[in-house]
Design a protein around this ligand. Sequence first.
Ligand code: SF4
Ligand code: SF4
Length: 131
Amino acid sequence: MTIINITLPMRIIKGLSDYSNVVNEVLKQDISFNILKFSMDSSGTTMLLDVPEDKIKDITKSLKKSNIIVNKKGRVSVDKELCVNCGACVSLCPTDALNLNSTFELVFSEELCIGCNLCINSCPRYAIKED
Ligand code: SF4
Ligand code: SF4
């Protein structure tokens, strides 16, 4: 299984039926999948889906046809000068790439980061940036 990060832009969200469209597009591939995260802000709704690796191309094509944005995988970095170790980003990370250590300092693991970008908007200090 592998994780994809998708965004339903606000302009295409009219109601609950739009969310079921996403599910239906993925189910067209005759697979089982997990919704790991679901978050919403003024730009739209972001979902993190865990899907079979060999179906990624078909799923991506199918979602794009419905005007759903499939975000590219990237990595993030944490600016230690800006970070105040508040921990607001930690619980959002689905892979435990962000943690507070025993002295309550933020520890970021590049290795664990899958570039889902869910943490970026959580930081009140704008310390997390997409690489
Ligand atoms: S982008 Fe942020 S939330 Fe996503 S895996 Fe990396 S550190 Fe965790
Ligand atoms: S939310 Fe920002 S300031 Fe708080 S621990 Fe995470 S990176 Fe640091």
